[in-house]
Ligand binder design. Structure first.
Ligand code: GDP
Ligand code: ZN
Length: 315
């Protein structure tokens, strides 16, 4: 999304109508040679523009503010971690694994709980209290009853968002609900992918099988950014549905718990006695154990320790 090389042309008022023009682009050979993939959501420099045929060439890719590969979308501003309060039931360890995986991307997180219409107010308010003690401000919604969808839409405004969460919680339903929100300024029926170009281009991408590997040539899933009414984009493909935690190390785990971040950040002077403190009862550790998810922190630490030891032994 993107936008141009030829700023002088764009700024020229006579071509201001070119702002927002969709161009079908090829990627400059040298970028392919250095294996610089162009992803949906990338900000790129386009040259050799033919305004009549609406074609151009991607000459360079700007540095990305985020780099997630599942789904492959560049410059994601927000991860919407979606769970449901029921069907499937909200489970704190599963939710924690997702939150840790999400935190490890460095992208800001919004936590939303769907299917809120299935439980009574007290259940919602109990979860609200609990999740706030974890350091999150959950939004409750229901795609079925439309409850909370407006607040959700306003949180996502002007940002590029990817939804992550386990299967069955309503990710696809929510994507559809947000894409069809009536205040959308986009003609839904004539929807036109602003990033990857036209439907025509989409059709060009499917099907071809690589003879060498025998697998589909495009093993990555198709992903497009849906323009949201009021600005911003939502990836039409949900992200990871099973956190691997492969990028999380024993040392980094603590920083993905807002509770620990708060304890360490609240008091600049106070530091654990050891620089590499894992906060598991070392002498001089300032992380207290009086919070709900402390046992889950231990459990994840164990899981990661076992994985790291296994990796050491194997390689
Ligand atoms: P995904 O696997 O996360 O993409 O979940 P889906 O969008 O496929 O939804 C899974 C099931 O949950 C479907 O049967 C949906 O109709 C249902 N569902 C989605 N949103 C709601 C909701 O707000 N309330 C209820 N009761 N069911 C919902
Ligand atoms: Zn400590």
């Amino acid at each position: 999304v993107i936008v141009t090389t030829e700023p002088e042309k764009i700024e020229d008022s006579s071509s201001s109508s070119k702002v927002g023009t969709e161009l079908l682009c090829v990627v400059r050979a040298v970028l392919k040679k250095i294996k610089r993939r162009v992803l949906v959501g990338d900000k790129v420099v386009v040259g050799s523009i033919d305004w009549v045929d609406r074609r151009g060439m991607i000459e360079n890719v700007f540095q990305r503010s985020s780099d997630i590969l599942d789904p492959p979308v560049a410059n994601v501003d927000r991860l919407l971690v979606l769970f449901s309060v029921e069907q499937p039931q909200l489970e704190s360890f599963v939710l924690t694994r997702f939150l840790i995986e999400a935190e490890s991307t460095g992208i800001p997180i919004t936590l939303a709980l769907n299917k809120a219409e299935l439980v009574d107010q007290q259940v919602l308010s109990d979860w609200d209290t609990r999740l706030r003690s974890w350091g999150y401000e959950p939004l409750f919604c229901s795609v079925d009853s439309k409850m909370g969808l407006d607040s959700l839409a306003s949180v996502l405004r002007d940002q590029t968002t990817v939804i992550v969460g386990p299967s069955g919680v309503g990710k696809s339903s929510l994507i559809n609900a947000l894409r069809n929100k009536p205040n959308s300024q986009v003609e839904v029926d004539n929807w036109f992918d602003p990033i990857m170009g036209s439907k025509w281009f989409e059709d060009q991408r499917v099907g071809k099988v690589s003879t060498r590997s025998g697998r589909g040539k495009h093993t990555t899933r198709n992903v497009s950014l849906l323009p949201l009414g009021g600005g911003g984009y939502l990836a039409d493909t949900p992200g990871f549905s099973q956190p691997s935690l492969l990028k999380v190390t024993k040392q980094s785990l603590a920083q993905y718990f807002p509770e620990i971040r708060k304890m360490l950040g609240d008091n600049e002077q106070a530091k654990c006695a050891f620089n590499d403190c894992l906060h598991v009862g070392e002498p001089g550790c300032i992380v207290k154990g009086d919070w709900e998810r402390y046992p889950l922190y231990f459990q994840l630490l164990d899981e990661i320790r076992i994985r790291e030891e296994f990796q050491l032994r194997t390689f």
